[in-house]
Design a protein around this ligand. Structure first.
Ligand code: UD1
Length: 362
């Protein structure tokens, strides 16, 4: 049996293509464990529905808490499932607390661990995700790298090449599969905006939203941007709480604060946007694949290929920096987007081949 452990919104798009690829292999038993790190229906359930994922076989219901409490709760509730099911392999995804917690449990029980999206490094240790990535990779047996730079990072850390598989990007697998349905939704028209006339924004990193002065500056930047066209901002629950605490009123103008968006609607909006402003990891990749200009409000990225080959630009959380980066990113819009090696919709197939057939991808 193979157990996949997921918990937070960006995990679900990475799981979906692999769940399909494993389901297509006769004799493979694959079970899904949902930690409950994300639990609001619009952060979790709607993604399972839209991605065609089966209901999780196990639900740990951990909910929100401090990093230590959340990580510990996942570990305590996941260990008995490992003992009961004795899986041959535990698969973990991305860089969230659910990822590192499940990897530690499995490794300590002597169960093989596979990390989907291994080898990404921001080298910014103030980000919890960087700690999660490094620790997860260190205890994993199968490291599934999305890009060449990820392979190089792992090799530089001394990981033996037999453990590293350059399979490509599963997030792009999901995008490729979902794009026709996402486009058919007519999401821009539903939001009363014309294609390529609007910006889409997501911000939820603690470094951007937890400090009131930084958040205030970012909202001012978005209000300014809204003077030139609609700015659609689906707001993460963490950010909504911080905006409410600021007591900000009168954010009308072009800036529209919206509820978190289901996957297809978001993809439909992003694919027709003029600009994306974000601090998410996945959106940096999705915009690069789609050729949509992107500004990432962070000092560094674990996905440098989106800047070197794609449409992404980094910016600090200041009005002037965002304005300049937006202009630079827009200048990189391509009608034929850069094709990045193995971002081709077949990454999950390669992972399944490694797991089931002992294939190697270097
Ligand atoms: C987590 C990941 C982050 C990822 C993000 C995607 C870690 C360390 N962080 O950050 O890497 O980019 O998910 O969304 O794993 N909340 C709700 N409902 C929910 C989930 C969260 O209201 O369904 C609120 C709670 O107040 C919670 C806060 O959001 O305290 C933060 O949630 P948490 O899962 O701790 O971190 P994220 O900021 O979502």
């Amino acid at each position: 049996m193979i157990l996949s452990v997921v918990g937070a919104r960006p995990n679900f798009m990475k799981l979906a293509p692999l769940a399909r690829a494993l389901a297509a292999r006769p004799g493979v038993r694959h079970r899904i464990v949902h930690t409950g790190q994300h639990y609001d229906p619009d952060m979790s359930e709607v993604f399972f529905q839209q991605l065609g994922l089966p209901k999780p076989h196990y639900h740990l219901d951990v909910g929100s808490a401090s990093h230590a409490q959340q990580t510990a709760a996942i570990m305590m509730r996941f260990e008995p499932i490992c003992l009961e099911t004795a899986p041959e392999l535990v698969l973990v995804y991305g860089d969230v607390n659910s990822t590192v917690a499940a990897a530690l449990v499995a490794a300590k029980l002597g169960i093989r661990v596979g990390h989907v999206e291994a080898g990404l490094r921001s080298r910014d240790w103030s980000m919890p995700e960087e700690i999660n990535r490094v620790v997860t990779d260190r205890v994993s047996d199968l490291l599934f790298a999305p890009s060449r730079d990820a392979v190089e990072n792992l090799a530089a850390e001394g990981v033996r090449s037999e453990r590293i598989h350059f399979v490509g990007n599963v997030m792009i697998d999901s995008l490729v599969a979902a794009l026709p349905a996402a486009s058919a939704l007519g999401a821009p028209a539903r939001h009363r905006v014309a294609a390529r006339s609007y910006a889409v924004v997501t911000l939820h990193r603690p470094s951007n939203v937890d400090d009131p002065a930084t958040l205030r500056e970012l909202l001012d930047a978005l209000v300014l941007l809204g003077e030139n066209g609609p700015v659609l901002f689906p707001v993460h629950p963490r950010t909504r709480a911080r905006i409410a605490a600021l007591g900000v009123n009168g954010l009308d103008g072009g800036l529209r604060l919206l509820e978190p968006m289901p996957y297809l609607e978001m993809l439909g909006l992003v694919s027709a946007a003029d600009l994306v402003i974000t601090d998410s990891g996945g959106l940096q990749e999705e915009t690069t694949y789609l050729g949509v200009p992107c500004v990432t409000v962070r000092p560094s990225t674990e996905r440098p290929i989106t800047c070197t080959e794609g449409t992404n630009r980094l910016a600090g959380p200041e009005r002037a920096a965002i304005r300049e980066a937006a202009a630079a990113a827009r200048a990189r819009r391509r009608d034929t987007p850069a094709r990045i090696e193995r971002w081709d919709g077949k990454a999950a197939e390669r992972i399944a081949a490694v797991i089931c057939d002992g294939a190697t991808f270097h």
